[in-house]
Design a protein around this ligand. Structure first.
Ligand code: ZN
Length: 479
């Protein structure tokens, strides 16, 4: 769709996911360019946009595209990994035996294909925006552009950062810091150029950091509100004081937040206390890592004082229940943190491509843990459908993840013709007991149809998967 063209999604149930959980039956959404212009009844909106290109959503469900607040596309080629991996008896052993071996083996071509294959699964499951945390600890320079190239092609909206750590020595640390800065400046220049471009200026050149640029694409330069950056850090236990200080300084200079794993395992807490006398959140706070644009992923082993620090600093916390269960590291006190005013969103930590799966588990885990069936009732909807849009809107400085006039047009259509009434107020029940990612049929991001009737329109999914399988086999051998 060219800038300024109109797309009408007409018929079916339209779930606004506003405070009242309004569901319009026989609703419609009108999109002009990359923004939603009208939401209402099919009769009213349809009449106003008569003649527009139309997607018939009769008997289907229309809702905002989903947002993943913390993920790692670099792990996409590890699915089904066949390699000589020692069994792990702790979280730090899982990192040493598996993930740190993977992130050192990744080449830029692996990174590119991992992101491309991961993006296909995300879109197929209705995710339209991701906040990714990237690590390829040997091939660092240009790695964020390799991820960005694939995501840009897929049509996703994304915020990227590189995982800085002291665990691989000085050279890797310096390269990691430099990669964050390089990509942040590139993303900022594309945003500025895009704003100029929308008033008739030249397209920005997509400095891809590799020989496989995509400057010849007719879409080059469009949708640069789809690209954002953060300053990435691994976790307190692999970061020296001086590195934390420099990363915080860099983030402040660039006007960005940091994205870091915090108190995911008890080992992180023990390390922080032994090296600084402070718990993890307090150590990060003392170096200026926290703040309204910063994301602290996990925050499982935090005490009351740390929870207050997270709330007062406005820091975003990303909850990843499936990954936490898989790593046997415990479960964050989500009801408690929400009650204390922490802005907590939902991520997958790369465990799954489906936010629908993550929402189900987020609902069940707190209930299971507390042995109280009253607990967790609205956790999933609050984290994923209310807070994630707030988080993405903050990071992208725009209205993301909402079905309302003026918001960026990220919309999904699901083949969901419910056998019970779907009406204002009962969306939560359908979410947990009815909806799954494989029901997603059509995905629109930034006003562009990136998947229609389950077929991606932006990339050749079959070809990417075939190449990804080949690279994965090769990567596994190199691990
Ligand atoms: Zn993570």
């Amino acid at each position: 769709m060219s800038a300024g063209s109109t797309l009408l999604i007409r018929g079916g149930h339209v779930a606004l996911l506003d405070d009242e959980l309004t569901v319009l039956s026989d609703g419609a959404v009108a999109i002009v360019g990359n923004r939603i212009e009208a939401v209402g009844s099919a009769a009213d909106v349809g009449a106003r946009y008569d003649g527009a290109e139309t997607i018939d959503a009769s008997g289907k469900l229309v809702m905002p595209g989903l947002i993943n607040a913390h993920t790692h596309l670099y792990s996409a080629l590890a699915r089904g990994l066949v390699a000589d991996i020692e069994p792990s008896s702790s979280f730090t052993e899982i990192l040493e035996h598996l993930w740190w071996r993977l992130d050192r083996a990744l080449t830029l071509d692996d990174v590119r294909l991992s992101a491309a294959a991961g993006a296909i699964d995300l879109i197929r499951n209705g995710t339209t925006t991701i906040i990714d945390h990237h690590a390829s600890q040997v091939h660092i320079d240009g790695s964020l552009s390799a991820v960005a190239e694939s995501l840009d092609e897929s049509g996703l909206r994304f915020n990227l950062c590189f995982e800085v750590s002291d665990r691989n020595g000085e050279e890797a640390r310096e390269a990691g810091l430099a990669e964050n800065e390089r990509f942040a400046r590139l993303a900022a220049s594309r945003q500025v150029a895009s704003r100029r471009g929308s008033s008739g200026g030249p397209d920005p050149s997509p400095d891809s950091g590799s020989s496989e640029g995509r400057g010849s694409s007719p879409d080059a330069g469009r949708g640069d509100g789809r690209i954002g950056a953060s300053v990435g850090l691994h976790a307190s236990f692999t970061l020296e004081d001086a590195t934390l200080e420099r990363a915080a300084g860099m983030a402040a200079d660039l006007g960005l937040g940091c994205h870091i794993h915090a108190a995911e395992d008890v080992a992180d807490v023990e390390d922080s206390v032994s090296r600084s006398g402070k718990r993890v959140v307090e150590r990060l706070e003392s170096f200026g890592i926290l703040g309204p644009r910063s994301i602290a992923a996990h925050c499982i082993h935090v005490d009351e004082r740390e929870t207050a620090v997270l709330a007062e600093s406005g820091t975003i916390v990303a909850h990843n229940p499936q990954s936490n269960m898989n790593n046997a590291v415990g479960c964050a006190d989500v009801p408690g943190m929400l009650g204390s005013g922490v802005l907590m969103g939902l991520g997958t930590d790369g465990f799954t491509a489906s936010m629908f799966d993550e929402m189900k588990v987020a609902t069940l885990v707190h209930r299971h843990q507390s042995r109280d069936p009253r607990v967790g009732h609205d956790v999933a909807a609050r984290l994923c459908l209310v807070n994630n849009p707030t988080i993405a809107s903050r990071l992208f400085d725009d209205r993301v993840g909402r079905l309302e006039p003026g918001a960026l047009a990220d919309v999904i259509v699901l083949d969901y013709d419910a056998p019970t009434p779907l009406q204002t107020g009962n969306f939560g029940g359908h979410l947990i007991f009815g909806l799954t990612g494989w029901m997603v049929e059509t995905v629109i991001i930034d006003g562009r149809v990136v998947m229609r009737d389950r077929e991606l329109t932006t990339v050749d999914a079959r070809e990417i998967r075939a190449r990804a399988r080949e690279r994965a086999r090769d990567l596994w051998k190199r691990m």
